[in-house]
Ligand binder design. Structure first.
Ligand code: GSH
Length: 275
C-alpha cells in the first residue's frame, strides 16, 4: 500500500523502500526541517515519512535506538540519525550547491553561531511546552542569544549568514527562527521578536522567506501555534493548514503562499504590541 503521508503510529507497517533515500521526520520537528531544507536546496529526490512521536511504530527503533527523528535511511535498512550528522552527510554526498562554509575557520565560526543559539533553543522549548518553568533568566538568555545572532548577521555584512545565498548555517538556524515568531501567538509575549529591537534579524528573516527551499517546507506561525497548544494539552495535532498542503510525492508544499503574504506574515508577527 502506498504511503499516504500520515504520521505513522505503533502497529502501522513500514512503507516499502522505493530506492530513494528516505527521511523519517515529524512535520513540526525543527531538527528534521534542517535536513529537509538541505535536501530541497540540493534538489535531491527522496522520500519523506512522518512519525507520530507520541505513539511510535516499533520499527523506528531498528533505525535509531533512541527512537528520535530525524533519521536518514540512505540504503534499505541502513540509517544514520542526529541532524548535525545527517546535514553534513547530505552536504558531502550531494555536492551541488555546496552549503557548508569553505575553510576551517569559517566552518568553526558557523559552529560558534549554532552553539550560542542553543541557549535560545532551550529557552524556546521551555516557553512553548513548559511555560510554568519560565524564569526571568529564561527570557534574558533567549534575548541575549538572539541579540548575538543579530550582531553576527550585521557583522558579516551579507544578506545571509553564508553570503549572498543561504548556506548550511542559514538552514541550521532558520527552523527555530520560524518557531520563535509563533511564541507571541500562544501568549508568550516576553519572547516576541519585535521590529524595534530586531530590525536586522527581521530583515534577514524576510530574505530567508524568499528562498525556494524555505518556501517548500516552512510553516506559518499560526500552524506552529496550533501544534504547540495541542502538544501542551497532551495530544499533538500534526495537521497543517490547507493553504500549505503538502505534495508527498515531491516533498513540496503545493500551494505556496505568495512571497508577499510570507513577508506580511513576518511583519504581522514582529510588530511591537501597542501599549
Ligand atoms: N539532537 C537531535 C534532536 C532530535 C529531537 O529532539 N527530535 C525530537 C523531535 S523534534 C524527537 O524525535 N523526539 C522524540 C523522542 O526523542 O522520543 C538532533 O539534532 O537530531
Amino acid at each position: 500500500m502506498e504511503y499516504d503521508g500520515r504520521h505513522l503510529q505503533k502497529g502501522d507497517p513500514l512503507p516499502p523502500f522505493s530506492g530513494k533515500p528516505r527521511l523519517f521526520s515529524m512535520r513540526f520537528c525543527p531538527y528534521a526541517e534542517r535536513c529537509v531544507l538541505m535536501l530541497n536546496a540540493k534538489k535531491v529526490e527522496y522520500d519523506l515519512v512522518f512519525i507520530d512521536l507520541s505513539n511510535k511504530p516499533e520499527w523506528i527503533f531498528t533505525f535509531n535506538p533512541k527512537g528520535s527523528v530525524p533519521i536518514l535511511e540512505y540504503e534499505e535498512g541502513k540509517a544514520i540519525f542526529e541532524s548535525s550528522i545527517i546535514t553534513s552527510y547530505i552536504d558531502e554526498t550531494y555536492p551541488y550547491p555546496a552549503l557548508q562554509a569553505v575553510g576551517s575557520l569559517k566552518r568553526a565560526q558557523d559552529k560558534v553561531v549554532v552553539e550560542l543559539l542553543s541557549t535560545a533553543q532551550a529557552a524556546y522549548y521551555i516557553a512553548a511546552f513548559n511555560a510554568q518553568a519560565i524564569k526571568p533568566e529564561t527570557v534574558l538568555s533567549y534575548h541575549r542569544s538572539l541579540e548575538i545572532l543579530q550582531k553576527d548577521i550585521a557583522g558579516r555584512g551579507t544578506t545571509y549568514l553564508a553570503g549572498d545565498k543561504p548556506g548550511y548555517i542559514d538552514y541550521i538556524v532558520w527552523p527555530f527562527l520560524e518557531r520563535y515568531i509563533a511564541l507571541h501567538l500562544v501568549g508568550r509575549h516576553e519572547f516576541a521578536i519585535t521590529e524595534d529591537k530586531y530590525d536586522i534579524l527581521i530583515k534577514y528573516m524576510h530574505a530567508m522567506k524568499k528562498d525556494p527551499a524555505i518556501q517548500s517546507y516552512s510553516l506559518e506561525p499560526e500552524n506552529h501555534a496550533k501544534y504547540i497548544e495541542s502538544r501542551v494539552k497532551g495530544k499533538p495535532d500534526y495537521s497543517i493548514d490547507s493553504t500549505n498542503s503538502f505534495d508527498r510525492k515531491n516533498n513540496k508544499i503545493i500551494k505556496p503562499k505568495k512571497v508577499d503574504s510570507y513577508q506580511e506574515s513576518i511583519e504581522m508577527h514582529t510588530k511591537k504590541p501597542s501599549m
